[in-house]
Design a protein around this ligand. Structure first.
Ligand SMILES: [Mg+2]
Length: 423
């Protein structure tokens, strides 16, 4: 099917007969480290919607305690409680049911995203169309992905950058923001290793506005090929973000500062950011994400679609969104390439950094069975980059704190593998 979306698609009544969820734990090939946290294995939850005709849709969400405040336990509790109650046994259009998900409880944006993605997968399967086409896009449009180099010692980051470029990556996203003078050394080491690659920098709120201006100006004076800098300052410091945006000659992207269309409107109206990073785990699903993209499009602002350290189902949904909306020109969707086992099959392919949807109804994914534990699966190197299975034995790391709670402002998060896969 390759028609453009029309009212008949949005009017399709969906009868939700069941909402289910199952939980998985996925070790990463190597630890993922940012200025805020360190992640060695990801707990995630799959939400499943069954329609009256037997169609099953799936969505997923990973714990991101440090970003959304949600652990796998709270995601499951939200799905079992208010979210299931909001749509199970209901009949409605995709927009009506999505609105019921959005309004079911405060916050819990990851849990909402899991369920709302499952609804969209089921909706598109029921119409026998790839989701991207129902959202107004073309299945065949590819986007250039990036590969994240997490925050490590300079020589380690340089090695990871070399591997990624050797594997075909064209854009690297470099995690900085832990220590200003070390950040200079880190970036210098990466650039020395891979001088021709394009760079996106992400400080994850790690700098003050004046520090950010100094360090970015210094990078530019050194002639470094920087495409953009993500969230240099604290999310709440919109005035500081605006100061950095005005002062430096490279596009500044808001990430942790933009959760919904209201945030997006404020940021683009005030000129506080040049670019926006949309993530389904922040917006609570595709509808909220489309609202942000619409705000950006009206203002002539381009968006990136990123993700938390999330599994393949979440990333595939994010990719359908990204390909569908004209305001979205960039993607940062490398998380599945970090997973020791990347299931379920389908969804997309990537070659030399080019990310393409695979097609098929809905998200185009096989259903992930409840009893398949990715932690038990063979280590299959399905990724196109240098993250080689078994290179670092991070798969053996056990969760340290069964409560899963952590305080984002607590530096001990850097050694807490349960701090959540925020990006
Ligand atoms: Mg970011």
């Amino acid at each position: 099917m390759s028609g453009q979306p029309g009212p008949e698609h949005l009017d399709e009544p969906l009868v939700v007969v069941a909402v289910r969820r199952h939980r998985h734990r996925a070790p990463l090939l190597r630890p993922f480290v940012t200025a805020a946290r360190r992640t060695e294995a990801v707990e995630y939850v799959v939400a499943e919607v069954e329609l009256a005709d037997g169609t099953i849709g799936q969505g997923s969400a990973a714990e991101t305690v440090a970003i959304t405040g949600e652990s796998a336990d709270t995601i499951e509790a939200a799905l079992e409680g208010p979210l299931r109650a909001a749509i199970q046994g209901r009949t409605g259009t995709i927009v009506e049911l999505s609105a019921r998900v959005a309004g079911a409880l405060e916050g819990s944006t990851s849990a909402k995203a899991a369920l709302e993605i499952a609804l969209h997968d089921a909706w598109a399967k029921a119409l026998d169309a790839p989701l991207v086409e129902l959202l107004g896009g073309r299945l065949t449009d590819g986007l250039l992905n990036d590969m994240t180099i997490s925050l490590e010692d300079p020589e380690v980051m340089a090695g990871h950058a070399r591997e990624a470029v050797a594997g075909g990556e064209q854009i690297l996203k470099i995690k900085l923001g832990h220590d200003i003078s070390e950040d200079r050394e880190r970036l210098a080491a990466v650039v020395a290793a891979v001088p021709d690659v394009r760079l996106r920098l992400d400080a994850n709120q790690g700098w003050g506005p004046e520090q950010a201006i100094d360090i970015i100006t210094g990078f530019l004076a050194d002639g470094l090929p920087i495409d953009l800098v993500e969230q240099p300052v604290a999310a709440a410091n919109i005035e500081g973000l605006a100061r950095v945006t005005a002062a430096v000659d490279v596009p500044i992207m808001a990430d942790e500062a933009v959760w919904n269309a209201e945030d997006a409107h404020r940021l683009v109206e005030s000129g506080a950011a040049d670019l926006l990073n949309i993530k389904l785990a922040k917006t609570g699903g595709l509808r909220g994400a489309l609202e942000i993209a619409d705000v950006a499009q009206k203002a002539g602002v381009e968006c990136m679609v990123g993700a938390m350290m999330e599994p393949r189902i979440s990333i595939t949904a994010a990719a359908h969104l990204a390909v569908a909306h004209p305001a979205i020109t960039m993607i940062d969707l490398d998380p599945p390439f970090w997973f020791a086992s990347d299931e379920p099959a389908g969804g997309y392919t990537q070659e030399n950094g080019w990310f393409r949807l695979a097609g098929g109804p809905g998200l185009g994914l096989e259903l992930l069975a409840a009893d398949v534990d990715p932690a038990d699966a063979d280590l299959v190197p399905t990724h196109p980059v240098g993250l080689s299975a078994g290179a670092e034995p991070s798969a053996a790391v056990e969760p340290s704190d069964p409560s899963g709670h952590s305080n984002p402002s607590n530096p001990s998060n850097l050694s807490d593998p349960r701090a959540g896969g925020g990006r």
